[in-house]
Ligand binder design. Structure first.
Ligand SMILES: [Zn+2]
Length: 304
């Protein structure tokens, strides 16, 4: 096993969904990201990358993610979100290292935590130290560069800090298992990035607007009083793209406010069809700025 010491710098706030608006906190009273959240998200992306190149999905273990330094708390729609630097450790079989590194790279733009379709959890992740060994007890020291990054060079040991109440753990487990079931788990064909400008600065409002525009363009009407297809029936084209209960959206909307100007909006689309891209371009006037394939995440295309 190889251990990667990682630091994620959150560029957009994150929120750990477990059914309450509050965040889980460690014994320092700092918000943190429980292991189950990071494990679920990194496993999902590793699985998709592995499938894309016909390799077995690696078994990944991730520690809790701890805040280093100061946090910034923000309230969004009545819920607690936080921003700051998160330290966590990923344990990965050596022969799957490239896949897990690719998954970490993907996680940056897809986002850590809940509500990622609204752009939350966007981050920059650095692997600041690695170690090889059998022992899972010893957390290796950061390399000199990392020490610079975190100040005192201490890597907070998760288990000594946190013991979640069983009830909270159960809720987290339930929420993140259903998150995994709702997520796309197929191969990564392409990820298309669009950028544009908008007067709608709130990503939640922007998504609602985009959904209604697409319904209009494709002349789709939901039954009376519902705005989204119900679960377990074949979804309409809009819900297939924008998501519904039990199916995550394949579009991430991330807005960036600029003083006195229209906001910049990024639309990150996961395996879109040409028709979907054309429709998004037509209603949003956004332009395609980048197209990625699995080769952007697995430079050797998975061959070894
Ligand atoms: Zn629908």
């Amino acid at each position: 096993m190889l251990a990667l010491n990682c630091v994620a710098e959150l560029k957009k706030p994150t929120h750990v969904g477990f059914g309450t608006g509050r965040q889980v906190r460690d014994l320092r009273r700092k918000p943190f990201i429980p292991s189950i959240v990071l494990t679920t998200q990194i496993s999902n992306l590793s699985l998709r990358l592995a499938k894309s190149v016909n390799r077995p999905a690696p078994s990944v273990r991730v520690s809790d993610g701890f805040l280093m330094g100061k946090e910034k708390m923000v309230k969004v729609r009545g819920q607690e979100f936080f921003q700051g630097q998160i330290a966590f450790q990923v344990q990965v079989p050596e022969d799957s290292l490239d896949i897990v590194l690719g998954a970490l790279k993907l996680l940056q733009n897809f986002g850590i935590g809940a509500n990622t379709s609204m752009g939350f959890g966007y981050c920059a992740i650095k692997v600041v130290g690695t170690s090889i060994g059998e022992s899972e007890e010893v957390i290796p020291r950061f390399n000199p560069k990392a020490t610079e990054l975190i100040g005192d060079g201490e890597f907070s040991l998760p288990s000594s800090f946190v013991r979640l109440a069983q009830q909270i753990f159960n809720r987290l487990k339930m929420n993140w298992s259903s998150w995994f079931r709702a997520m796309e788990t197929g191969v990564i064909e392409r990820i298309v990035y669009l950028a544009g400008e908008t007067e709608i600065k709130n990503p939640f409002a922007y998504r609602g607007w985009l959904r209604s525009k697409l319904l209009e363009l494709w002349e789709i009407e939901h039954g009376s009083r519902i705005t989204v297809c119900p679960p377990r029936v074949t979804p309409c084209k809009v819900c297939k793209l924008m998501g519904r209960m039990g199916d995550k959206s394949r579009v991430i909307v991330r807005t960036f406010e600029r003083k006195g100007e229209e906001a910049v909006v990024w639309l990150i689309t996961d395996n879109p069809s040409d028709e979907e891209i054309d429709a998004i371009k037509e209603v949003t006037k956004a332009k395609v700025v980048r197209v990625e394939t699995v080769a952007d995440y697995l430079p050797t295309n998975g061959r070894r």
